[in-house]
Design a protein around this ligand. Sequence first.
Ligand code: SF4
Length: 199
Amino acid sequence: MSIFNLNIQNENTGNKIVAGLERLSHVFKTLLWEKAKEFGLSPIQIQILLFTQYHSDEKNTVSYLAKEFNVTKPTVSDAVKVLEQKKLIAKYNDSSDFRSYYLKPTIEGKRIIKETEQFTDPVADIISGVSEIDKEIIWENISNLIAKLNRQGVVTVQRSCNNCIYLTTGGTTYFCNLLKQPLHTKDLRLDCPEFTQAV
Ligand code: SF4
């Protein structure tokens, strides 16, 4: 079955959802490309800057970034080399293992991050006009879709409630045993700093 075959695509809503999601994936790629070109960087270089700015040191390694962005370690290393040459990122030794290092943006890197991180604004502006009820429905479905894709191994890295050891579910109710609070659909996190992989 090909959702690119228009007869098949228009047969039912499910096929149109898949085709729509595929089109949306291009939107983010295009927006990121446009921003990257403006600053003479590649999309992966901007993604590395953004990730290392907002995640903890132990995640800001070449291996973790390669998994996060589904690329090879040499691809990340090459991107990091350019960011270092441009003085946008710096390497810091890991105090627990002198052979390892983690990455953090420099002051100039942070300035570039401020200028580039709004590449998602065209989508954010549209979503801000959606009712809270509709936002919750959209979020619940996106969250479930990502969790299922993770179980299939398509989404490799997940730091969301769905996969976290601290989450207890009872039908449609959720509870975070770390934060000691119930989680409503709108509270479920996509990327939680306290996430711990469930076994
Ligand atoms: S620790 Fe974070 S990811 Fe885990 S259940 Fe609580 S809020 Fe969700």
